[in-house]
Design a protein around this ligand. Structure first.
Ligand SMILES: Cc1ncc(COP(=O)(O)O)c(C=O)c1O
Length: 478
């Protein structure tokens, strides 16, 4: 199938260039494409740009990837060949999810995914709950969930939030979504018009930036650090830029691990009310703490309905179940429910029931305790390896990541390219920044790789960084 594109950005031009060569049969079916590195050198562009173009070509089934061998021209499927008049025209590329492009590269040392090692998840217990759910609800596969989510689950969550999160959300103010990612998307769909301003933390969860951009938002950032935000600056932004909402991840922020104090949470709600700015609180790491439990959610301070609370459970129950909950007041909730009905008519009922029975079991508490210890140990392993460098990093008291600042002379882009070639992945800090600066920072997730992989992979990463460092010193002095 041939795609007509209005191209403007660099990776789109590379996409076009490769596509043209394939269409002209200069590159034939199953022929290997130049490696990402070679293509980047030839075109004098960043390797991540080539990677983005290749990923998009892969998504559009123009090329395919073979593990550790590279990219190859996809043979045409005769059943899909359309003539020119049948060609769909796409107006532009969707904003690609940069994080997902990095995750798609298969590596031995996975430090890019803020995802828990599946070996640490209660897989065999979960399968017991599958059986239990079929016994309890024999018709579960023959039934739709309600759009808003299973009532039994919402009732249990309402009670859970009241007891553990210090807020009361009646069941009609709760919506079950297919992961927090869907919740962020639904909120953006409901609240954003093109050219609206969205305030985010700097740095923040990069996929949220990509979602807001897709809806045409102008994104501005407010720095988050160990002491939280500069509230004077925040107030100045609220007054001057009138953001439609402030998307925040205030508890073990991804990527920094910073947590906003209870006092700032309260002040934030006051500011939101004063300037009529909705706060979208994304809270997936709340239970992954290494010391003491974090402050209660911002939502618990809200009396006037300015906060939307998104609570994902993917991080420690099962990412595969795709269950998250949103709490907010009406009429906003009614709009979110409409939007959810248009998106998928409700999250799969079987997933909701499995989550319900597993999450509220005693076993869950035991699992959570063990998980905290295992993750703490993995964090320590990564920290110990980093201690051999002169790099700086924050030591988070929860979450899944270390946020690391490299010496200025090490190019993070070059490091990422070289690491991917050595089968190591991480997230470049710039993609977590709405200004795409923070070029000396990287996010290293310690939750996916096991302790041996952490030790070996970190040593390798540091060797690669040393090589790049000495190359740049050589070039500077030479
Ligand atoms: C801050 C933040 N929000 C949302 C998500 C997505 O969560 P889910 O898997 O529930 O869609 C992630 C995943 O890494 C995240 O870090």
């Amino acid at each position: 199938m041939h795609v007509k594109i209005k191209s403007s950005e660099l990776y789109k031009q590379i996409y076009d260039l490769v596509l043209a060569k394939i269409d002209r049969k200069e590159w034939k079916e199953h022929e290997k494409l130049p490696s990402v590195r070679r293509m980047a050198e030839e075109l004098n562009v960043n390797r991540l740009t080539v990677l983005r173009a290749y990923q998009l070509l892969k998504e559009h089934k123009k090329i395919y990837a073979k593990e550790k061998s590279g990219y190859f021209v996809q043979p045409e499927d005769p059943s899909f060949s359309l003539n020119e008049s049948q060609l769909p025209e796409i107006t532009d590329y969707p904003y690609s999810n940069l994080l997902s492009s990095i995750h798609q590269v298969v590596v031995d040392y996975q430090f890019s995914q803020a995802l828990i090692d599946p070996n640490l998840l209660p897989n065999s217990y979960l399968s017991e709950y599958v059986k239990k759910v079929f016994t309890l609800y024999p018709k579960v596969l023959g039934t739709y969930s309600t759009v808003q989510g299973d009532e039994e689950l919402r009732t249990a969550l309402s009670d859970y939030f009241y007891k553990t999160h210090h807020f009361f959300a009646p069941i009609d103010e709760l919506l079950i979504t297919s992961g927090a990612q869907q919740a962020i998307d639904l909120v953006a769909k409901v609240l954003l018009r093109a050219n609206d301003t969205v305030l985010v933390e700097r740095p923040t969860y990069s996929s949220a930036i990509d979602i807001f951009r897709q809806y045409g938002a102008r994104i501005i950032g407010i720095e988050i650090g160990q002491g939280g935000y500069d509230l004077n600056q925040l107030e100045h932004i609220l007054k001057k830029d009138k953001p439609r909402f402030f998307y925040t991840n205030p508890t073990f922020n991804n990527p920094t691990g910073c947590t906003i104090s209870a006092l700032q949470r309260k002040q934030l709600v006051e500011l939101a009310e004063k300037y009529q700015c909705v706060i979208v609180e994304d809270d997936p790491f709340r239970d992954i703490y290494f010391d003491k439990a974090p402050p209660f959610p911002i939502y618990s301070y809200d009396t006037d309905g300015y906060v939307i609370y998104i609570r994902s459970f993917s991080k420690y129950v099962s990412p595969g179940l795709r269950v998250a909950a949103v709490a907010c007041r009406h009429p906003l909730m009614s709009h979110l429910i409409t939007s959810k009905s248009l998106a998928d008519n409700g999250t799969a009922l079987i997933n909701q029931k499995m989550f319900l029975h597993y999450f509220f079991s005693e076993r869950m508490q035991i699992h959570l305790e063990k998980l905290r210890t295992a993750l703490f140990l993995r964090k320590e392993v990564m920290r110990n390896e980093l201690a051999a460098t002169s790099w700086k990093w924050t030591d988070p008291s929860g979450g899944l990541n270390l946020w690391v600042e490299l010496p200025e002379q090490i190019s993070v882009e070059k490091l990422l390219d070289a690491c991917l070639e050595q089968s190591i992945s991480f997230v470049p800090g710039s993609i977590c920044d709405p200004d795409q600066a923070l070029r000396s920072w990287i996010r290293l997730s310690f939750s996916y790789a096991n302790e041996i992989q952490l030790q070996t992979g970190m040593k390798k990463l540091m060797t690669v960084a040393e090589t790049i460092n000495s190359d740049s010193t050589y070039h500077q002095s030479g």
